[in-house]
Write a protein that binds this ligand. Structure first.
Ligand SMILES: Cc1cc2nc3c(=O)[nH]c(=O)nc-3n(C[C@H](O)[C@H](O)[C@H](O)COP(=O)(O)OP(=O)(O)OC[C@H]3O[C@@H](n4cnc5c(N)ncnc54)[C@H](O)[C@@H]3O)c2cc1C
Length: 449
């Protein structure tokens, strides 16, 4: 029996685990919350495939796991720097945007301090409602460990599904050793097949596409790199002060309570903060390189703008692309050794994890989950167990939903919500307690598929 089970141990749920730990250390042992987090990776990792040399964070280090919620927390980025004896060096560096690799090390350090509440190699495959006194009072969380088919069942009052992002791929694409998504970049580059043409193609116009283009051009000094996108050029990410306010904690309130049409309008206006938008320094660097090649007369870096790949054909030693120039309609054939699909990410649909609980969760007309302001899912009457889905509700909570900007405050809000409900409901009238209690409760029959 747990008060809280977290699915996934990325930044979202690490921030929650810290909030719980800080709460527990401020109350008596009896009032402490019992929490466990299940993470399917074998060890902590945050976008490991994109820990490119020199890549920097796109959010201020002050928007770390804790600072906006509790500036005096020992889990801050500054505490991490202090523990590594780098605080003064970082200050002299005069940047708000640390290296991505350094932020990864910070997250790993925080995760390492929470090792007693996380289990790695544990993939959650199903959530099942458990009925007690006619109400869905608990949730059974089913996980598989280390690739085994054996299932482990844990029971909780509250489940927090923070399953993060997954790659967005072009329809019908076949992933193999020559065509893959950029989230695998560093792993794939470590085991490249033969490159008879010495040519890479990168599809996409966002930050990842620009980073991959720059990285390949640097790391393979003999290779040609083709960057192909439908835009006319890379657009800069807007991180100006007024626009950045869209990531403030208070913006979540305004967004959540706005009419649907206003939410759609705001997301439309401010897509350029996060989607298909590139850091200005990186745009300048790519432009500098392509201009330098023009001057030198040796072209390795090519930009096919206003272009779309219409088809991918696998060759024995590469891939043939049919590329349409959108302005003329002409088709151009390009053979390449490797295609990197820097085609973006989208939030992993939490309904895939909900499994047997899905029938108890309410959805909007468009099929998406009805999510309350506190990130819990609206459920059928007679449900007192709660499932929270932070990171998967941009449509309800705004553009910061899948980002780091707000995770510390959000973790505090989720914890406050769980504690508030427990205070209202606890003790569950007549609820059995102790290990034998689990047997007294009835897992609900799995839903019809
Ligand atoms: C390359 C890259 C760089 C980024 N940089 C920034 C940035 O600079 N600033 C910013 O604000 N945002 C950035 N983002 C956005 C990103 O979404 C957030 O940084 C962050 O990862 C969100 O944290 P999360 O915990 O919600 O999701 P994730 O970090 O994706 O973590 C989710 C975890 O859940 C686990 N999981 C999923 N399903 C299961 C399951 N069924 N059972 C068990 N475990 C499961 C996954 O293995 C993963 O570890 C970046 C994204 C990418 C791809």
């Amino acid at each position: 029996m747990h008060d809280i089970i977290g699915v996934g141990f990325g930044p979202s749920n690490i921030a929650l685990a810290i909030a719980i730990e800080e709460h527990n250390s401020s109350v008596s042992a009896g009032a402490a919350l019992r929490a466990v987090f299940l993470e399917r990776q074998a060890r902590f990792g945050w976008h490991r495939g994109m820990l490119i040399d020199g890549a920097t964070m796109q959010v201020s280090f002050l928007k770390d796991l804790v600072t906006l919620r509790n500036p005096s927390s020992s889990f801050s980025f500054l505490s991490y720097l202090h523990s590594r004896n780098r605080l003064v060096d970082f200050i002299n560096h005069k940047t708000m945007f640390p290296l991505r690799a350094e932020f990864h090390a910070y997250l790993e350090w925080a995760a390492g301090r929470l090792s007693d509440v996380v289990e790695y190699g544990a993939e959650v495959v199903d959530l099942r409602p458990v009925v007690h006194n006619g109400e869905i009072a608990y949730i059974d969380v089913i996980s598989r460990h280390g690739g085994s088919s054996e299932e482990i069942v844990r029971r909780a009052r509250n489940v927090v599904v923070a399953a993060g992002l997954e790659p967005r791929l072009p329809d019908g694409i076949q992933i193999d050793e020559r065509t893959w998504h950029n989230h695998e970049l560093l792993h794939r580059l470590g085991q490249l097949p033969a490159m008879p043409r010495g040519r890479f193609v990168v599809l996409g116009a966002g930050q990842s596409a620009a980073e991959v283009t720059e990285h390949l051009h640097t790391r393979f000094p003999q290779a040609e790199v083709y960057s192909i996108f439908a835009r006319y050029g890379f657009s800069p990410a807007d991180n100006s002060g007024f626009v950045n306010q869209i990531f403030d904690p208070v913006a979540v309130d305004e967004f959540y309570h706005a009419p649907d049409s206003v939410r759609a309008m705001l997301i439309g206006y401010h897509r350029g903060t996060n989607y298909s938008a590139v850091d200005m320094d990186l745009i300048d660097e790519l432009y500098r390189r392509t201009y330098q090649e023009k001057v030198q007369g040796i072209r390795r870096l090519h930009f096919l703008r206003a272009s779309r790949v219409e088809s991918f054909e696998r060759l024995p030693d590469g891939v043939r692309l049919n590329i349409r120039a959108l302005s003329t309609g002409e088709i151009h054939v390009l053979d390449t050794d490797t295609v990197v699909l820097a085609t973006g990410y989208h939030a992993r649909d939490p309904r895939r994890v909900l499994g047997g609980l899905a029938d108890s969760c309410l959805t909007q007309d468009d099929g998406r989950l009805q999510v309350r302001r506190d990130y819990s899912v609206e459920t059928i009457p007679g449900t007192t167990a709660n499932v929270y889905v932070p990171g998967a509700s941009e449509y309800a909570h705004g553009i910061s939903s899948s980002l780091l900007s707000n995770i510390s405050v959000r973790a505090g809000e989720i914890l406050a919500s769980i504690r508030g409900r427990q205070e209202m409901e606890a003790p569950l009238a007549g609820a059995p307690a102790g290990p034998e209690a689990a047997d007294a409760l009835t897992p609900q029959a799995p839903p019809r598929s």
